[in-house]
Unconditional design. Structure first.
Length: 142
């Protein structure tokens, strides 16, 4: 099994991932490439999501855990507890691209409209309603 697939398998485990493996030099050496691949995948998913017709919008459309955010979070954690040159380099190289993508999401008029549609037209429980409402407020603040 190739290293990338081993990393994906570890990130998708039901229990806690093997951090010794994910923080290994072998993984850190390809972490930037993996993160950028995950970022490209997330951009495609986001653009596909924006094409969703209003009548197909549900709360579940917005609920996704991604390998990108999980791996990025783990690497940031490593950087804060045991910083090293390689992990700092990965973060410095990937962070601007990731921030650009997150800004694209945060300032997407269509995405905002999808949240509003969900809030006004979907059957939501109290927790879901609060999550959608807080997201709408965050869009308006930006």
């Amino acid at each position: 099994m190739e290293l990338k697939q081993k990393i994906i398998n570890e990130l998708e485990r039901k229990d806690f991932p093997n951090l010794q493996f994910l923080y290994s030099e072998e993984v850190l050496n390809i972490a930037e490439d993996i993160l950028l691949e995950f970022l490209d995948e997330e951009k495609k998913k986001f653009n596909d999501k924006l094409q969703t017709e209003d009548k197909e919008i549900t709360f579940d459309l917005f609920e996704e855990e991604s390998n990108l955010s999980f791996f990025w979070g783990l690497l940031n954690h490593l950087s804060s507890v045991k910083s090293g040159d390689k992990v700092r380099e990965v973060i410095e190289n990937v962070e601007p691209k990731l921030n650009d993508f997150y800004n694209e999401i945060s300032y997407s008029k269509r995405y905002f409209e999808m949240f509003e549609y969900c809030f006004n037209n979907c059957s939501l429980n109290l927790e879901q309603k609060k999550i959608i409402e807080d997201t709408i407020i965050a869009f308006k603040v930006k």
